[in-house]
Design a protein around this ligand. Structure first.
Ligand code: ADP
Length: 701
């Protein structure tokens, strides 16, 4: 009866243009027991035949039947069972694991099977006793002699009670005494099971073999007792499998890869932190974008003008002219935005910079921004960091921002006792139809000692020194200011404010616009959105506000920064996973021999790869914990630096508590994504590599 039946086996290797025929049309049967030797010159195809029987190489043509099953159709899982329960391999160079004791080397296949500890112990001890090798049990594997190692390797091949033992030059590295002893051992074993041995030691082969098959150039040139039966008797066995044994190799790898692992952890920490901080930045910048509008008191003051596009005759050029909108339009505007106050824009008076001095020293002119009234102003209230908001609207009592205090070069705490002298005079020219008096000129002069009543903290991105004065106070002043020359000419009392009513919509004095004031946040946000809509049209109303401009610049700055950040984060993410995958692959490659031996012992590919995957997961987890702990202080530090350098407050807010509206999801999600991607980066190259490596590794011998 035969356990193996080979039918028309051929094996061809192609590399580049050269084709090597390692085996040609081999038909053979092997019985269930006996010692059968395969001999032939080097290159005759012996190892190829053995590898095909072991299943680590597939024939190019023909079929191999084991126990009546076609093994070249076996799945990977079935091959594991085949190696773990039916066949064992003994190598010329033993292929023991030096880090495992002789006992553990022999026990390894049973551990892979997932056998219980006490059963393993019993079986292994029995085996050592049966072959009188007890004295080797607790020695260090690395100190054993070649003969002793081969004995341990033979015990390892027997421990699974296989039906076939395949031996590749088992005495090739041994002296003659040891060779004889090993061959006696095989002879003994071959009484109950089949031993197939590749050897070119003809003396040994002739002395011990029951049958000798000679190969030449891949063909059988002689077979001392050929048999051709295909019936078999191997009983089905209940198959177990365990993964626990991988922990030993995992611990070993972790220990041996110390430097690599430290490097991996560092790059992972970098990757995790880059992502945490970047997402924190994105999160923080979005919330600062929505809050920053109200962190600038100028958001309360807008000007509304009407723009008209004019084409230049006979040219492709055009220009936009702004005018003060009509009262009807502004009434309509007020209907849309009822929580606003619409009034004249006196900006013309400030259009040339007023002379400003502090302690008799001329300073850069700040922006003069009107606030409708200091009374009952909630946004102003929120921003005040020093002093008190003036109770009444007086022209000489102002509120300033911190940027203005820096301009003065004094301490914020001293600001309240300081006075700023500000003066300017503006010529107001009125054109008439009268040829004798075509231009009437009046001059409005303003010179005051301004008292700082309060200092406000504004979002300092692109912000400039600002003095906020009361619009109502200025209006009062301008209602009392009589334009003397114009009054004389018109023969009636005309104040500046009266003239604001009279002047035409395209007069400079109208400042081509109305002021719109609001301290209602909801209304301001609506106006800001409305502004964006209006900006799309070439004709019609247009809204401007210092705060809106800053807010829009900030938003577009943040948007472009965020896009750049996405690229950076993607590179960091892919890069770190790539490094990790490559390091794991290099660790796998440096242990490919180990993997090949384990495969021959019946370990599944996935279990072998799981050793490297688990190693990666441990690194990821350790790096994740360190990065999570570091992320909080790092974001605080970066926020401090950003605030100091750019005035951007709380810009990095890592969403620990809520992300995509799901509580506490951010960190676990980040960990899962890393695990998933790193698994891919590791699995793909290893799987590609693994398929090619087993045979080559064992052939290296
Ligand atoms: P033996 O074990 O008898 O020395 P092998 O089975 O190793 O012979 O090789 C048989 C033939 O196949 C040889 O000519 C060898 O060069 C060739 N061969 C073996 N493995 C490969 C391979 N992976 N690629 C190309 N040729 C190979």
């Amino acid at each position: 009866m035969s356990i193996f039946y080979l039918e028309g086996i051929s094996k061809t290797y192609k590399s580049g243009n050269s084709v090597t025929k390692a085996l040609s049309d081999i038909t053979l049967s092997f019985p269930n027991s006996g010692l059968i030797s395969i001999v032939g010159k080097s290159g005759s195809g012996k190892s190829t035949l053995l590898n095909i029987l072991l299943g680590i190489e597939k024939p190019s043509k023909g079929s191999v039947y084991f126990n009546n099953e076609k093994i070249n159709r076996f799945s990977k899982a079935k091959f594991s069972v085949y190696h773990l329960y039916y066949t064992s391999m003994v190598f010329q160079h033993y292929n023991l694991f030096d880090d495992l004791s002789p006992f553990d080397n022999v026990a390894l296949p049973l551990k892979i099977r997932g056998e219980k500890k006490d059963i393993i112990k019993k079986k292994v001890n029995e085996l050592f006793s049966k072959f009188h090798l007890n004295y080797l049990i607790n020695q260090k594997t690395s100190t054993l002699s070649g003969g002793e190692r081969q004995r341990i390797a033979i015990l390892r091949s027997l421990v699974t009670s296989p039906k076939v033992i395949l031996c590749d030059e088992p005495t090739g590295a041994l002296d003659s005494i040891n060779s004889s002893e090993i061959m006696n051992l095989f002879k003994e074993i071959s009484k109950s099971i089949l031993v197939i041995m590749v050897s070119h030691n003809l003396e040994i082969v002739n002395k011990y073999s029951d049958r000798i098959i000679t190969l030449k150039d891949g063909r059988i040139i002689s077979d001392t007792s050929p048999i051709y039966k295909t019936r078999t008797f191997v009983n089905k066995i209940k198959k177990n499998y365990s993964n626990k044994w991988t922990n030993f190799f995992l611990r070993k790898n972790l220990k041996e890869n110390k430097h690599k692992n430290v490097f991996s952890i560092l790059s992972l920490i970098f990757g995790f932190l880059a992502i945490m901080i970047s997402v924190g930045f994105y999160n923080g910048s979005k919330s600062s974008e929505s809050n920053m509008l109200f962190s600038n008191l100028a958001c309360e003051t807008m000007s509304v003008s009407e723009k008209n596009l004019y084409k230049v005759n006979n040219s492709s050029l055009s220009y936009i002219k702004s005018t003060r909108p009509s009262e009807e339009i502004m009434d309509e505007f007020h209907n849309i935005f009822p929580n606003t106050i619409i009034d004249f824009n006196y900006g013309y008076l400030f259009s040339s910079f007023p002379e400003t001095s502090f302690n008799k020293r001329i300073i850069d002119s700040p922006e003069m921004i009107p606030i409708y009234s200091f009374n009952n102003n909630s946004i102003l209230n929120e921003l005040v960091t020093l002093g008190e908001i003036p109770l009444n609207d007086n022209l000489n009592e102002v509120v300033v921002n911190e940027e203005f205090i820096s301009l003065l070069g004094i301490d914020k705490s001293d600001a309240l006792s300081e006075e700023i002298y500000i003066s300017f005079s503006k010529e107001v020219s009125v054109l008439t139809d009268d040829l004798d008096n075509p231009i009437i000129k009046d001059t409005y002069s303003y010179s005051l000692n301004l008292v700082i009543k309060a200092v406000i903290h504004e979002f300092s991105f692109l912000n400039s020194p600002k003095i906020y004065y009361s619009h109502l106070a200025l209006k009062e002043d301008l209602s009392n200011y009589i334009m003397e020359n114009l009054s004389t000419y018109k023969n009636k009392v005309i104040t500046f404010n009266d003239y604001m009513y009279e002047c035409s919509s395209d007069s400079e004095i109208s400042n081509y616009s109305y002021n719109v004031f609001s301290s209602d946040k909801e209304e301001i946000r609506k106006l800001s959105n409305y502004k964006s809509e209006l900006d799309k049209n070439e004709n019609g109303l247009s809204i401007t506000s210092n705060a809106f401009e800053i807010s829009n610049s900030y938003t577009s700055f943040m948007d472009s920064f965020s896009s750049a950040l996405i690229v950076f984060v993607s590179i960091a993410f892919v890069g770190v996973n790539f490094i990790l995958g490559m390091l794991a692959l290099s660790s796998f490659i440096s242990r490919k021999k180990e993997s090949a031996i384990l495969t021959c012992l019946g370990a599944k590919d996935i279990s072998i790869i799981s050793i490297f995957l688990k190693e990666n997961y441990i690194l990821i987890f350790v790096a994740f914990l360190i990065a999570s702990a570091l992320s909080c202080p790092l974001s605080i530090l970066m926020n401090l630096v950003l605030e100091k350098s750019f005035g951007l407050t709380s810009l990095i807010k890592i969403p620990y508590l809520s992300f995509l509206n799901i509580p506490y999801i951010f960190l676990p999600l980040l960990l899962l994504v890393f695990i998933f991607v790193s698994t891919l980066f590791l699995l793909i190259p290893i799987l590609i590599y693994k398929n090619k490596s087993t045979v080559n590794e064992l052939r290296d011998e």
